[in-house]
Design a binder for this molecule. Structure first.
Ligand code: WT7
Length: 629
């Protein structure tokens, strides 16, 4: 790092952190700047390839970039098999604690065995290379096993977050045309059971493509099993079809690895496509350097595997690095607000990676809860999902990290697959800033006309070069891929976020500039929430906006117009909230629903959500010349 004096509130890493770090910072930044492809090639060489690539980056058909062309590999092989010939064979790959206190762990040997067996089960169910498999489960080890088993045989997994519900699941099964659904009977959350199998049954009544359902027994309560369609995981794993016969499929670097649905500006969620080669290299490298992965680390990413954070940094990143990944099933405050701190002490967690909303939620209970536990095993902390307010940052730094653990505030997206703006262990930190782009990445902040903005000014955050773990397209909709990400500015990827840069070049994310809402770090679309509202027979029209919320960051506020003949009753709003919960999932339930007679619209009939927002916040709505009324 340069010796230049930085402005503002700066936290310098300790000598110990800098000296122990994998990343010799200056070297990495310089190397990547000097020889971007060489930098990534060097990282890729640390992984296993059945056949080496001939070109690191092929940008002959922009924006459809290709990485490691003609390279043959398999990400699951790199997560498991490569570790079996060393001492890592008997090391723990995964430690899991259930909300009810149940405990499981898998050595690399055991995880490989189960993944390989389950991959053979999937094959016997007719799953072939390129087929899609939907996975809809709670946070249990079998979720990781299912993902890895798909990757192993070249099937494309599509994980649907367990907090989503009937319609959200149905839409994602339909769009991906999945053949198989892997789910569980239920999941524990705050001591209650989420009825995942029941929700699956309802979703499957609306979907036609699924022929087999594999059900993992977690809660053990009574559920419906449809003969001929539904099978228990443990039964299948005990059959001869769950053999130990090796089944790794040799994959082209550009072959699909997974689809992950995420919310965009309009309409239904889009399936982001990631591939075996580049995604593997990107997640491996970023985790290694940013969280400074050492051989004996126990890494805890407290996200859900149903979102990109869990894909990249609970499952793939840690296993590619051969470390121990920790997974916890339940709520952070169940049964007491000390649950997380207790587990950090119990398992000796070295790195904790979570979201601002969780930190704010835990902070509310005060310091006494963490102070009761020995958190000295922690070496690094991380945050992701939304901007972190300096107050929460400082609490995390002081109370959890004991002022010795740097906080990696990582900005990235489902689409980017890997960290994009992030500190390294050596980076001086400023609370609330993700600091600088990862080595070699060219990012900028532009005004409407495409000119870089001055320090301190707000603009559109863009990425100017390609990176290995980038999305390759939107599944079944390459036009939308080009239109959504590559059309505002020529040759640049539009992130959808607004940001500022300070005089030191540090990036400060402000938030989404489209109709994407981040609630507790979860990404939802205004349009999806509105369509869930409108699917209720009493609702004629609806608008959903985000308003600031102390713990969740944002909360959803909805405005609805009732159909003729429907009257507002005391229980109606609650019924409507329940309806959204049933269709989309509890996270999409509006905090507040207001029944209105009209909504502000443009003359062409588009709802002007920004006018609603300005009104709710009591601020100037800006230019309203297009308003119809
Ligand atoms: C959006 C992407 C990929 C991790 C989870 C979110 C916001 C993400 C940060 C951060 C400020 C952040 C952005 C981004 N975001 N990380 N460190 N600071 N904002 O993935 O669900 O695809 O959401 O999350 O608005 O565009 P996602």
């Amino acid at each position: 790092m340069s010796e230049k004096k930085l402005s503002g509130d700066v936290y310098h890493p300790t000598e110990e952190v800098i000296n122990n770090a994998n990343a010799k910072c200056d070297e990495l930044y310089n190397f990547a700047e000097r020889d971007y492809e060489g930098f990534w090639a060097k990282e890729a060489e640390e992984l296993h390839w059945f056949q080496k690539w001939d070109k690191v980056l092929d940008d002959s058909n922009k924006p459809f970039f290709k990485w490691f062309t003609e390279g043959k590999t398999n990400i699951c092989y790199n997560c498991l098999d490569v570790h079996l010939d060393s001492a890592r064979r008997n090391k723990l790959a995964l430690i899991w604690e259930g909300e009810d206190g149940e405990f499981k762990s898998f050595s690399y040997f055991a995880l490989h065995r189960d993944v390989n067996k389950f991959a053979n089960v999937l094959k016997s169910l007719g799953v072939r290379k390129g087929d899609r498999v939907t996975i809809y489960m709670g946070r249990i080890p079998e979720l990781a096993i299912a993902m890895l088993a798909c990757a192993r045989i070249g099937a494309v997994h599509s994980v649907v977050y367990g907090g989503f519900s009937v319609e959200a699941l149905h839409e994602r099964i339909d769009d991906s045309e999945s053949k198989v659904l892997i789910t569980c009977d239920g999941a524990y959350q705050r001591g209650k059971i989420i009825e995942l199998k029941q929700i699956s049954d309802e979703a499957l009544q609306r979907a036609a493509t699924v022929s087999s359902v594999v059900v993992v027994k977690r809660t053990g309560h009574e559920i419906n099993m449809e003969p001929g369609r539904d099978m228990w995981y443990h039964d299948l794993m005990a059959l001869p079809i769950a053999s130990n016969e090796e089944n790794v499929e040799m994959m082209d670097a550009e072959d699909p690895l997974f689809l992950l649905y995420t919310s965009g500006t309009t309409g239904k969620p889009k399936a982001i496509l990631h591939v075996h080669g580049g995604y593997m290299v990107g997640t491996y490298t970023t985790l290694k350097y940013v969280f400074d992965i050492h051989e004996d680390d126990r890494f805890w990413c407290a996200a859900d595997p149903g979102w990109i954070t869990g894909h990249s940094y609970i499952v793939y990143g840690p296993l590619l690095n051969g470390v121990t990944s920790f997974m916890y099933e339940g709520a952070p405050t169940f049964p007491y607000p000390s649950r997380w701190w207790q587990m950090i002490e119990k398992y000796g967690i070295n790195i904790l990676y979570t979201a601002p909303t969780a930190i704010r939620g835990l902070m509310r209970f005060g310091e006494a809860w963490p102070n009761r536990h020995d958190l000295s095993s922690l070496r690094l902390l991380g945050t992701v999902g939304e901007p972190i307010n300096p107050e929460a940052w400082k609490w995390y730094y002081k109370v959890i990290g004991n002022e010795k653990c740097p906080i990696m505030d990582t900005w990235w997206q489902t689409e980017t697959g890997m960290f994009m703006i992030t500190p390294m262990p050596c980076t001086p930190l400023k609370p609330g800033s993700g600091t600088l782009p990862f080595p070699g990445l060219q990012m900028d902040i532009l005004d409407e006309e495409g000119n870089p903005v001055k320090p301190g000014e707000e603009g559109f955050l863009v990425i100017k070069n390609s990176w290995p773990a980038m999305l390759r397209t939107i599944w079944n909709d390459p036009d939308r891929y080009v239109e959504q990400y590559w059309s505002k500015y020529d040759g640049m990827y539009l992130t959808g976020d607004s940001a500022k840069r300070d005089e030191d070049g540090y990036y400060w994310i402000i938030g989404r500039v489209d109709d994407v809402i981040k609630v507790s770090g979860y990404r939802l679309g205004s349009a999806e929430i509105e369509s869930a509202l409108v699917s209720h027979p009493a609702v004629a029209e609806a608008a959903a906006i985000a308003l600031p919320h102390e713990v969740k960051g944002n909360a959803i506020h909805a405005f609805v117009i009732l159909r003729d003949g429907y009257k507002r009753t005391d229980t109606f709003v609650e019924e409507l909230r329940k309806h959204v919960g049933h269709e989309m999932g509890p996270i999409a339930k509006p905090e507040h629903i207001e029944i209105v007679d009209s909504l502000p619209k443009t003359r062409s009939g588009k709802i002007m959500r920004r006018v609603l927002k300005a009104k709710a916040l009591g601020v100037d709505p800006g230019n309203i010349s297009t308003l119809a009324d």
